[in-house]
Design a binder for this molecule. Structure first.
Ligand code: HEM
Ligand code: HEM
Length: 182
């Protein structure tokens, strides 16, 4: 097996672990637009799972491997849309996960949804944080959709379009919910 195929296989595997977390993470944030109490209740229960040290260690290791593997894949090739969405995820995840860990461990804050929504409270930080979150949701849905579409044969285009549409709708709902909370 070539190094490129091995990295792609790893990226697919760690991508599946991460995608499971991200899916629930984003559903959690979409709930904010429906009923904030529901979103906070969901986070309380979801935290009991992913905040267990072993689970969190696996999650953070998956993020690290995804960033390193993804960067290696993008340097050696890959379709342009996969590289563009991948590079945005690289930027977002580095900033996002560092901010969350620094907020929690460095500053002793409760890094719940209010922590994330704080950036949308005032000008000029809102001009950065609204597109920053919106594009992250769009990029992750589109990027995973592109990956799945490679194995979807004649339905490839439909899968990519559907994933992009889900990203647009979820991104709008999440940023809308965060603005209402802020
Ligand atoms: C777009 C709206 C998003 C918001 C508002 C948001 C908010 C948050 C918050 C508040 C936390 C801290 C959770 C806690 O303290 O228990 C967190 C953690 C995290 N988020 Fe996000 N997130 C968003 C999108 C994403 C996306 C798109 C990804 C991945 C591509 C992602 C990956 C992660 C990861 C890996 C963690 C660390 C979990 C941990 O080990 O504590 N997030 N996010
Ligand atoms: C939330 C994080 C990420 C997830 C869930 C994810 C998931 C995936 C999936 C499922 C594939 C398709 C694999 C296949 O063909 O079976 C893929 C491909 C790819 N990813 Fe990621 N990825 C993530 C982050 C990144 C990052 C940070 C980069 C860095 C630029 C990146 C770059 C790429 C590239 C270039 C490909 C295409 C590889 C090729 O066609 O040869 N990904 N990704």
């Amino acid at each position: 097996m070539s190094p490129q195929s091995a990295i792609l296989l790893l990226h697919r595997g760690t991508g599946a672990v991460l995608a499971a977390f991200i899916c629930l993470h984003l559903v959690n944030h979409v709930l904010l637009a429906i009923d904030p109490a529901l979103a906070f209740g969901f986070m309380d229960r979801f935290r009991q799972v992913y905040r267990q040290p072993a689970v969190e260690a696996v999650l953070l290791l998956a993020v690290l491997l995804q960033l390193l593997g993804g960067a290696a894949l993008a340097r050696r090739g890959g379709a342009l849309p996969a590289r563009i969405s991948g590079y945005y995820l690289l930027f977002f995840l580095l900033v996002h996960v560092t901010a969350v860990l620094w907020g929690r461990l460095g500053m002793g804050l409760d890094t719940d949804i209010r922590f994330a929504a704080a950036g949308l409270r005032s000008w000029p930080s809102i001009a950065f944080f609204a597109p920053y979150y919106f594009l992250a949701v769009l990029a992750v849905c589109f990027h995973v959709g592109l990956g799945v579409s490679r194995h979807a044969g004649a339905r490839a285009r439909t899968v990519t379009l559907a994933a992009g549409t889900v990203g647009l709708l979820m991104g709008t709902a999440i940023v809308g919910g965060m603005l209402a909370l802020a």
